[in-house]
Design a protein around this ligand. Structure first.
Ligand SMILES: *Cc1c(COP(=O)(O)O)cnc(C)c1O
Length: 380
């Protein structure tokens, strides 16, 4: 996959849609082959009718969805940043660029899930044309089918932004948004999907194909990095072969890590629901120095996490949030399992709870990583 990113084809322009009649340029026969292969592989992986490969990032996929399925001035509903929402679906991102009016999806902060009763009430009053689900912080599935049923009353649609969960969905280890009633699913190539940084967009309904395809070209993408498309095809092949065991292990590792951290004095969200059903572990480190300080100290110990807003953080806390977000995708690909998750929790607790100097913990983190030199769940 990495060698494909360096391939010569990445310097070639190929605007337009697949097939000689739909390109702006001639000489794209082999590029057509690469792109068709990528699309067919994505369709197979997501068991869907249509797939889009030309998005350089998931954020552009979200902009394509808003371009195709909304009009400026429409009302949409999406998740606010403190409950995990991403700027893509907010006023400071593509949804704002499209001129949409944005209403928050009500969330129960204790259950870390959508408050369905409150949602139904707000949605019936606001009649959003689109509801954007999916978030950068997601521990548990969303009630996609229930929400899709509510908005269907006035022809509204659910759009699932699965940037983070795309690999989990491919491996059957998370909810399956298209089967549950989402009209379109977008996601990132570089998160749990384990591929090149990229955007992916998949859907089933033929009537969406022209608007979504035209939103991509000619509206949002001209040249679209054919080397990236080739690497995305290779990553999709790897997921067709390995997604099920890889994603199951990623989720199992996240649970083990969550329990081990909680036991060692790092409070983790979601304990009453089994901590997590994704690759993520969310710790509340407000009593351990806060998210910014904790992430910076851990980085000095060679442990990379990131600060994260928690549902109860206030606007003025956005730069210094209470949470810490950890993901198990990469450590799992290197072959780490339950014993190593416990060891990682030990290292984290040494820094955050026992206040050991991060520099004295770093050699232990390096040694652990060095004992797993080979990337797994991929072709040689
Ligand atoms: C990361 C993320 C995005 C953006 O993904 P890119 O591929 O980096 O553009 C969009 N939505 C959510 C929920 C994300 O977490």
């Amino acid at each position: 996959m990495r060698s494909l990113l360096a391939a010569e084809i990445g310097t070639r322009a190929a605007e337009g849609h697949i097939g000689p009649a739909s390109r702006w340029f001639a000489g794209t026969r082999h590029i057509d082959e690469v792109e068709s292969l990528c699309v067919e592989l994505l369709k197979r992986l997501f068991r869907c009718n249509y797939a889009e490969h030309r998005l350089c990032a998931s954020m552009i996929g979200n902009l394509a969805v808003y371009t195709a399925l909304t009009r400026p001035g429409d009302t949409i509903m999406s998740l606010a940043q403190p409950v995990g929402g991403h700027s893509s679906n907010r006023v400071d991102g593509p949804a704002g660029v499209r001129g949409l009016r944005i209403v928050d999806i009500p969330v129960d902060p204790e259950e870390l899930s959508v408050d369905l009763d409150a949602f139904s009430e707000v949605a019936r009053a606001e009649r959003p044309s689109l509801v954007a689900l999916g978030a950068s912080m997601t521990l548990f599935p969303y009630p996609v089918s229930e929400m899709a049923q509510v908005v269907a009353d006035w022809g509204g649609k659910v759009f699932f932004d699965g940037a983070h969960q795309l690999g989990l969905i491919a491996g059957g280890q998370f909810q399956d948004p298209l089967r549950e009633g989402a009209a379109v699913l977008t996601g990132s190539g570089g998160k749990t999907f384990c591929g090149p940084q990229s955007g992916v967009m998949v859907w089933d309904d033929e009537s969406l194909t022209a608007p979504l395809g035209e939103a991509v070209f000619p509206t949002l993408a001209a040249t679209h990095q054919v080397n990236r498309v080739a690497a995305l095809a290779a990553a999709t092949c790897e997921l067709l072969a390995f997604a099920q065991p890889l994603m199951a292990q990623i989720v199992a590792n996240a649970r083990t890590l969550a329990v081990a951290l909680d036991e060692r004095g790092v409070p983790v969200l979601g304990s009453h629901r089994g901590y997590t059903e994704t690759h993520q572990v969310i710790a509340d480190v407000s009593s351990l120095g806060g998210g910014l300080e904790a992430a910076q100290r851990l980085a000095r110990a060679n442990i990379i996490t990131n600060k994260n807003l928690l549902p109860w953080d206030r606007r003025e806390d956005w730069d210094r949030p209470s949470g810490l977000r950890l993901g198990t995708t990469e450590v799992t690909r290197y072959g780490m399992g339950p014993a190593e998750m416990t060891e990682i929790a030990e290292l984290i607790a040494s820094v955050l709870v026992q206040h050991e100097a991060p520099e004295s913990v770093a050699p232990r983190a390096k040694a652990l990583r060095a004992s797993f030199p080979y990337l797994g769940y991929c072709f040689d």
